[in-house]
Design a protein around this ligand. Structure first.
Ligand code: GLU
Length: 402
C-alpha cells in the first residue's frame, strides 16, 4: 500500500485472534493433506442436533423468515432467552433486557463499546479468553489483567483484584467455567467479587457461554442469582454455540439492565442489524427444548476430559490443574522450555515456540498461553473426536519422550 494508505491507530493497536489463527492454520494444513490433529479452536466436533437443523431447514422455506427481524431479535426468541435465564440461572429477567447478537462475540464487543470512555479500565482475571483485552482496547479502554497461576488453581484473589482497582475501573469480566483454563469458580468467590463490585460501582460482565459444561458435580455460579442486588450492574453474555454445537450459526445474546440493552440495540442497528432470521429460529428451537442432547454431549466431553488429563499427567514437565468445566485443559508447560525436546532436540524458549514446534514436528495444534495472558502454558481444546484426542496425545507423549 502507498505511504498515505495508513490504517487507523485503533485497528493497528489490536492483535489478530490467536484462537482463530491457530484454527485456520490447522484447517489450511489439513486441506493440503497434512494429517493435523487440532486441539486449537474451542469448537464442538458434534453436528448440531437434528431437531434443530430440521427446524432451521423448515424455517428456510418459509418466506416470512427471509426478512429483517427487529434488531434486538425475534420477540419470541427474546422471551425464550428470558425464560431460559429463569430456568438455568434461577432468576427472572424481562425480554426487554435481552439483545440477540451475532454470536457471543458481538455481545462482548457491544458491551465495551457501550460502557467505556477513553481511558476507562477493565479488570480481566488472567488467564483470560484471548479477545477480551482486544475488545476493550477497540473500545478505547484499558485492559488490566490480574494473573493467577496454576499454583493457585487459576483462581483470582479478591486482594489482587482490589490492588488492581483504580478510580478509572469501570468493569470486571467474570468467565466461569473459564476459557482457557476450564476452572469453575465457587459461589463464595463470585459473591465476594459481586459485593466488591457493588461497593465500588463496577460493572460485572459475566460470560456464561460454558454454563452447561461442568463435571464432577461442579456447577456454574450465576452472579445474578447469588447476589440479586448486583443485577442493576450486571451484564450477562451467552449464546448457543457451545451448548448446542452451533458455533457456525452465530447466535449469542446479552442480558442486561434495560437501558444497556437499548443502547446495545442502538449500536447493533448501525452495525449488523438483526442476526440471520433462520439462525434465530434454530436458536429458538434449541433453547426451548429439554437439555437431553446437551447432557449427552456433556457426558462425552467429560470422558474426553478424563482421557486428556490421564495423558497429560504422564508427561514430565507438564502440570495441569484439573478443569471442572468447559472443554479446555490448560497445562503449565514451563518444564518443557529451554531444553532440547523431541527427536530433533528442539529448544523452545517460549510457549509460542513450543506450539509452533509441536505443530511443525508432530502436526498437533494447540494455542500458546501468550494468547491468554499466560506465557508458559498451552491450551488444548478437547472438543475433538475421541480417536483424534487419543492420537494427538500419543504423538505429544512420544515427542516429549514419555
Ligand atoms: N471461543 C472459542 C475459542 O476460544 C472459539 C474461537 C474464538 O472465537 O476465539 O477457541
Amino acid at each position: 500500500m502507498a505511504e498515505w494508505q495508513t490504517l487507523s491507530r485503533r485497528i493497528d493497536s489490536v492483535a489478530p485472534s490467536a484462537t482463530l489463527t491457530v484454527d485456520s492454520k490447522a484447517k489450511a494444513m489439513k486441506a493440503q493433506g497434512v494429517d493435523v490433529i487440532s486441539f486449537g479452536a474451542g469448537e464442538p466436533d458434534f453436528p448440531t442436533p437434528d431437531f434443530i437443523a430440521r427446524a432451521a431447514s423448515q424455517a428456510c422455506l418459509d418466506p416470512r423468515n427471509h426478512r429483517y427481524t427487529p434488531t434486538a431479535g425475534l420477540p419470541e426468541l427474546r422471551q425464550a432467552i428470558a425464560d431460559k435465564t429463569r430456568r438455568d440461572s434461577g432468576y427472572a429477567v424481562e425480554p426487554e433486557q435481552v439483545v440477540v447478537t451475532n454470536g457471543g462475540k458481538q455481545a462482548v464487543y457491544e458491551t465495551f463499546q457501550i460502557l467505556l470512555d477513553p481511558g476507562d479500565q477493565v479488570i480481566i482475571p488472567a488467564p483470560y479468553w484471548t479477545s477480551y483485552p482486544e475488545v476493550v482496547t477497540l473500545a478505547g479502554g484499558e485492559p488490566v489483567p490480574v494473573f493467577s497461576g496454576s499454583d493457585k488453581g487459576y483462581l483470582p484473589s479478591l486482594d489482587a483484584l482490589e490492588a488492581a482497582r483504580t478510580e478509572r475501573t469501570k468493569a470486571i469480566i467474570i468467565n466461569t467455567p473459564s476459557n482457557p483454563t476450564g476452572v469453575v469458580w465457587d459461589d463464595d468467590l463470585v459473591r465476594a467479587i459481586g459485593r466488591w463490585a457493588i461497593e465500588h460501582h463496577i460493572w460485572v460482565v459475566s460470560d456464561e457461554i460454558y454454563e452447561h459444561l461442568t463435571y464432577d458435580g461442579a456447577h456454574t455460579p450465576y452472579p445474578g442469582a447469588l447476589l440479586p442486588e448486583l443485577r442493576d450492574q450486571l451484564i450477562v453474555l451467552n449464546g448457543v454455540a457451545k451448548t448446542y454445537a452451533m458455533t457456525g450459526w452465530r447466535v449469542g445474546w446479552m442480558v442486561a439492565p434495560a437501558p444497556v440493552a437499548q443502547a446495545a440495540g442502538k449500536l447493533q442497528g448501525h452495525m449488523t442489524s438483526n442476526v440471520a432470521d433462520v439462525s434465530q429460529r434454530a436458536a429458538l428451537t434449541a433453547i426451548q427444548a429439554p437439555l437431553d442432547e446437551v447432557r449427552a454431549m456433556g457426558r462425552a466431553f467429560g470422558l474426553r476430559r478424563q482421557a486428556i488429563m490421564a495423558a497429560l499427567s504422564q508427561v514430565p514437565g507438564v502440570h495441569c490443574p484439573e478443569p471442572k468445566g468447559a472443554f479446555y485443559a490448560f497445562p503449565d508447560v514451563t518444564g518443557l522450555l529451554n531444553r532440547p525436546v523431541g527427536p530433533r532436540g528442539t529448544i523452545s524458549r517460549t510457549s509460542s515456540d513450543l506450539a509452533a514446534a509441536v505443530l511443525e514436528e508432530i502436526h498437533v495444534a494447540a494455542v500458546p498461553g501468550e494468547a491468554f495472558g499466560a506465557p508458559g502454558h498451552l491450551r488444548f481444546s478437547y472438543a475433538l473426536s475421541d480417536a483424534d484426542l487419543a492420537e494427538g496425545m500419543r504423538r505429544f507423549q512420544v515427542w516429549v519422550g514419555v
